[in-house]
Design a protein around this ligand. Structure first.
Ligand SMILES: [Mg+2]
Length: 193
């Protein structure tokens, strides 16, 4: 049997929404001060997290339909600092590099994408990130057409993750066998079995 597809999960703009013009975070979110690796304890980073996100994500994880993986510039700190604040178990993370870039689309698409693509290999994936560009959606469509089913879920960065995004994840994962067998480059069902 095929392993479940990956669920790539971003932090900033997804679990930690960007503040509005007045500097406020959504009322659903609670303030935490965390100290990422390499930072001094007297210089913490403030994050705003929605305590409801933990149980929502756990419901998704418990279905076994996806394998969650952090894909965020928080890197290892996502699994050691952010996840525990939401009650999430330790999850693997993509060890993204720290490129010297001034915007998140230095080549016209999300800077994480090539690293995620390499990390995924041929595996199917659904990816939640607030910052996809048009070229990322093209990449997902091309990957899907080649039999590596890929879906992008893009929350509003000022709102962050909503339950409906996770409904989308589960619906996609449940339909994955159909999506895979429809792709022109996909092996026939008998070959894949
Ligand atoms: Mg983000």
């Amino acid at each position: 049997m095929r392993p479940p597809p990956y669920l790539l999960l971003d932090v900033d703009g997804v679990l930690v929404p960007f503040p509005d013009a007045g500097g406020d975070s959504p009322a659903t979110h609670t303030r935490h001060d965390v100290v990422p690796v390499g930072r001094s304890a007297d210089d913490p980073v403030t994050v705003w997290l929605n305590p409801a996100h933990g149980p929502l994500l756990m419901q998704v994880i418990r279905t076994g339909l996806v394998t969650p993986v952090w894909c965020t510039s928080w890197r290892q700190d996502a699994t050691t600092l952010i996840g525990p604040l939401l009650g999430l178990p330790p999850m693997p993370y993509i060890d993204l590099p720290r490129p010297q870039i001034t915007n998140s689309h230095p080549d016209g698409y999300l800077w994480k994408r090539d690293h995620a693509d390499t990390w995924l290999g041929d595996a199917p994936a659904i990816w939640i990130d607030d910052d996809f560009a048009g070229l990322d959606h093209e990449w997902a469509a091309e990957r899907t057409a080649c039999g590596r089913a890929t879906a992008l879920v893009q929350p509003d960065p000022h709102v962050g993750l909503l339950a409906e995004h996770l409904v989308e994840v589960l619906a996609w994962a449940a339909l994955l066998p159909v999506i895979q067998s429809d792709a022109p480059g996909a092996p026939r069902a008998a070959e894949a079995a």
